[in-house]
Design a protein around this ligand. Structure first.
Ligand code: NAI
Ligand code: MG
Length: 335
């Protein structure tokens, strides 16, 4: 087994080595190939995603991607490499689980809820279709939905749900305002669900879903939704699990999988040695569970991370004082 490692920019370079250290401990035979992408790479080489990086990912079949900095304005020739990768490698599903981190949820006030949900985000189209342009005085972004892509993401959601205890899929959309695009998404996912009589299906409008994720998150099992909604809702959900420093994700395609913490390059804390490595480490666990089919390895990693965090070894984003290295050491000790 081979893994292409792409630390990227900012704290990507601090958290990805932690995930690699954990993988070396639990999978001693795994080979690593390092590759580059991101803003630094763009400034040095003129491309944010070198062809050699794409080749390395294809050759390995899997990658661990840190985070990259993308300017929030148009830079000629620059394109976010992770969005590019999702489209170029047809990584059509983005799995984003959230589980309650009790010590973090307690600080949110009220009574903490037992959240154990997984958000399944369509990863290649929707409002991130890449079709954005000026047309005279109008700035236009095209929100593309196809039946094929909706059915494909629907199958991922139902396949996951059937393996879970509550076996429930919630389709999140905005078909009241977007009846053509989100109507197609909703109906296509529902049609896929007919083949899974053991799985319960319900649906919810996206604004209600945001409110419910903030107030009554325990009701959700598997959520399936379009690209932009999934991006935003997964950050809302992540708060129950300790926030985006803890949130993991896995980009899944038919051939390749890329594990990636949900967070960005965090320029405000980069270089200080205090980034939370949990999201990166838990992303590696997702690779083990959903791509390498090693659920016991994934369980081991997840148990070690949650035990380390719940025991009080926490980085400043969680209210603690631990450094990145101290939290890594605690996770390794528990492995
Ligand atoms: P961000 O996720 O980098 O940071 C948001 C806040 O969360 C910051 O206060 C940061 O310090 C904190 N944070 C994030 N990850 C953390 C961790 N592991 N440990 C402790 N604290 C953490 O999002 P922001 O600031 O909106 O974007 C910064 C840059 O990252 C931008 O250039 C953006 O384009 C890029 N970005 C890249 C992503 C990717 O590569 N997949 C995803 C999101 C943003
Ligand atoms: Mg995001």
């Amino acid at each position: 087994m081979k893994l292409c490692v792409i630390p990227g920019d900012g704290i990507g370079r601090e958290v990805i080595p932690c995930a690699v250290a954990v993988l070396k401990r639990v999978l001693p035979d795994l080979d690593f190939v390092e590759a580059e992408a991101g803003w630094d790479c763009f400034q040095r080489t003129g491309t944010a995603l070198p062809e050699a990086t794409l080749d390395a990912i294809r050759a390995c079949g899997t990658a661990l991607f840190g985070a990259v900095s993308s300017p929030a304005y148009k830079v000629e020739g620059y394109r976010s490499p992770i969005v590019h990768l999702r489209q170029a490698l047809d990584l059509y599903a983005n799995l984003r689980p959230t589980r309650t981190l009790w010590s973090a949820a307690a600080r949110l006030g009220g009574r903490p809820q037992a959240v154990d949900l997984i958000l399944v985000r369509e990863n290649t189209q929707g409002l991130y279709s890449g079709r954005e342009r000026m047309q005279g005085e109008e700035a236009i972004a095209e929100r593309v939905i196809t039946r094929a892509a909706s059915e494909r993401i629907g199958r991922v959601a139902f396949e996951l749900a059937r393996t879970r205890e509550r076996k429930t899929v919630t389709i999140v959309h905005k078909a009241n305002i977007l009846p053509i695009t989100d109507g197609l998404f909703r109906d296509s996912v529902r049609a896929v669900g007919q083949a899974y009589p053991e799985v319960a299906v319900n649906e919810m409008l996206v604004d209600t879903a945001a409110m419910m994720l903030a107030s009554r998150p325990a009701q959700f099992d598997v959520i399936v939704t379009t690209n932009l909604f999934g991006d935003i809702l997964s950050d809302v959900a992540s708060v129950w699990g300790g926030g985006i420093g803890v949130a993991p994700s896995l980009n899944l395609g038919s051939q390749v999988a890329i594990a990636e913490p949900v967070h960005g390059s965090a320029p405000d804390i980069a270089g200080k040695g205090i980034a939370n490595p949990s999201g990166a480490i838990l992303s590696a666990a997702l690779l083990a569970r959903h791509y390498w089919n090693l659920p016991e390895v994934a369980d081991r990693i997840e148990r070690a991370v949650y035990a380390a965090l719940e025991s009080g070894t926490q980085t400043p984003d969680l209210g603690g004082q631990a450094t990145t290295q101290a939290l890594l050491a605690e996770v390794l000790r528990r492995l």
